[in-house]
Design a protein around this ligand. Sequence first.
Ligand SMILES: Nc1ncnc2c1ncn2[C@@H]1O[C@H](COP(=O)(O)OP(=O)(O)OP(=O)(O)O)[C@@H](O)[C@H]1O
Ligand SMILES: [Mg+2]
Length: 390
Amino acid sequence: MAAKILVVDDDASVQRVLTYTLKQEGYEVLVAADGAEGYKLWSTESPALVLLDVMLPKLDGYQVAAKIRAEEATGVHVPIIMLTAEREIEQRVRGLRAGADDYLIKPFHQAELLARMKSLLARFAPREVLVGRPPLGRVLAFYGAKGGVGTTTIAINAAIALHRELGRKVVLVDGNLQFGDHRVFLDLGLDRKSILDVVTAPAVDVDLIKSVLVAHDSGVDLLLAPPSPETAELVTQDHIPMILEHLRTLYDYVIVDIDKRLDEVNLRILDAADTFFVVMTADLSCLKNVRLVLETVGHLGVAQSKVRLVLNRSNAFTGINVKNAESALKRQIDHQVLNEYRGAISALNSGSPFMFTKADSPLGRSLHDFARAIDKDAAGASQPAVAPAR
Ligand SMILES: Nc1ncnc2c1ncn2[C@@H]1O[C@H](COP(=O)(O)OP(=O)(O)OP(=O)(O)O)[C@@H](O)[C@H]1O
Ligand SMILES: [Mg+2]
């Protein structure tokens, strides 16, 4: 069946050219001449992809994209490509933040348009196999062997990759309760609901937890940290397993970004976790900490089989290579993430993760590989080892 493409553009010549090009490629084409009509056709016709002009009468392209994202059902994501005449980077970022997946600057070549459309249609194709199956329910804890090694960067971008590239349902929990960074990394204000709204409620159930989650434009849901350090202590070690168990029933992956204290709260998170990723860089103090962490969690009863070492900035020159690090630790490094300082820091400072806006960059591809390895591991672990007796 031909995929339905919605073209929203007020310029009659653009409408004509796009209709002709897309029909030649075998697509079914719907045309709207203003933002309000575009939004209406999206809601009644459920197109497979939307080509959306920015400057439109009634509602502009940003408003249409934002309205679509706000009203889409959970687990559904229509790819949107913005067609823009503006070259400024801020405009592009604004479009992407409004919920677009890609943009093209007019005039564009039709081959480029078609290539980008195909890639988005493939990426967001409905995955029948995933519909209606129970969530995997795996809890993954990300722990930094040292401050600043990139734990939050990896947790956030792995979450987005698992959702957008692998079609998994993902919730990301900011477990750095005092100084959580997710609001900054994801450009969200202090007014958003957080884990504090869960622990201060008179009774906690799954509906309450659902109501405090924040939907990020990437499709990942968020459980944010308390808005100020002094309120963090209201979240106690007893709240954690209960919250994680509820989230497990709703998502394929519950990703928890934790700080480096091995305190009661973090130990309860590690207890609940199926996998415990220790993020490190190749320097002596980090190697020393990894050794201590491995020893300590062993003494505290966390199974070594849960632990995976993630070497961040693996190709940065530090004088210690992967082999040296492995022999110092007497165990293998399980995953590596590339070093790309500019890509990582500019994503952080703009509040839009690279896995969302630059999935095709070397760093994006490195995170994609990491997410694929996580998913393969989890799929393997959830297969029964022996066929059940009938
Ligand atoms: N793969 C990478 N390549 C280059 N720079 C990176 C990479 N990953 C993270 N960074 C940079 O390292 C810095 C610290 O990152 P991040 O905040 O994610 O670390 P963290 O371990 O969570 O820190 P904290 O201890 O403050 O929680 C940031 O400037 C980030 O841009
Ligand atoms: Mg962090």
